[in-house]
Ligand binder design. Structure first.
Ligand SMILES: [Fe+2]
Ligand SMILES: [Fe+2]
Length: 251
């Protein structure tokens, strides 16, 4: 097994500013459990994508690293799942709100098509993703003082994330010594675009809900009123049928 270099993961300024909100999100044990179970799915998904990347690469050193990375992500999935189930089995509140937009955990490969990526673009993407995940896990570890077991899970996962962040950066510099900065900027732009799409779909969903609500409460009563008035104009009882027209021909 490869030794993990000591790299310190740093949370983003935004996450540091939102620290009280993170504390609030993680305070409820049931919400914490569901978040851990969701993290487990993402980690397992990322592990599968990395195993596929190991199959596709022609670089023997990268293949070895991708395979180790895939095993790490699978182990993270097991750790998160186990702890999530433990928490779910404990009695507590049953809040359904997960605040995934605020505490998304590791985003995995974020629906990235591994087959369509070169080693360089994949490494650049992985480097940024692992860096972001490591920063978030530092925050989660910090706000979980009241739950040492879950905190311990994040501490163990964080060591691996720091290694993932480092090896992807070093391998990118090895494969692309002149253009690794450009590759990172391209990956950053891709992540920014995905963030915009996520935000836009969230705003569109809120907008759609508001519009439907307005239609229900403002338009529907007006139609109901018109229907009621029309019903009032109808004569009561049964209306006589039209007199039959005499038949003039066979048809
Ligand atoms: Fe992970
Ligand atoms: Fe990772």
């Amino acid at each position: 097994m490869l030794a993990s270099p000591a790299v310190r993961a740093a949370p983003s300024t935004l996450d540091l500013l939102l620290l009280p909100l993170h504390r609030l999100v993680w305070a409820d044990p049931h919400r914490r459990a569901r978040k851990l179970l969701r993290f487990a799915e993402t980690e397992a998904d990322g592990g599968r994508d990395l195993a596929r990347a190991a199959e596709l690469t022609f670089d023997p050193a990268l293949r070895r690293l991708y395979l180790r990375h895939a095993q790490d992500e699978q182990r993270h999935a097991d750790l998160f799942r186990r702890r999530g189930r433990e928490l779910l089995s404990q009695p507590g509140s049953a809040s359904k709100f997960e605040a995934n937009w605020l505490a998304p955990g590791e985003r995995g490969l974020d629906d990235l098509r591994v087959e369509k990526q070169s080693d360089e673009t994949l490494l650049a993407f992985l480097h940024l993703s692992e860096k972001a995940a490591a920063g978030r896990f530092v925050i989660y570890r910090r706000v979980l003082q009241a739950d040492p077991d879950t905190r311990g899970v994040f501490a163990r996962v964080l060591e691996d994330e720091a290694f993932h962040m480092t090896y992807t950066g070093k391998q990118l510099a090895r494969l692309s010594p002149r253009k690794h900065g450009l590759r990172l900027w391209q990956a950053r732009a891709g992540r920014l675009w995905k963030t915009y799409l996520r935000l836009a779909s969230a705003v569109a969903s809120v907008f759609g809900t508001v519009m439907l609500g307005l239609q229900y409460f403002l338009l529907l009563p007006a139609f109901a009123l018109v229907a009621k008035r029309a019903a009032r104009r109808e004569p009561p009882g049964l209306a006589p049928s039209r007199p039959p027209t005499p038949l003039q021909s066979q048809y």
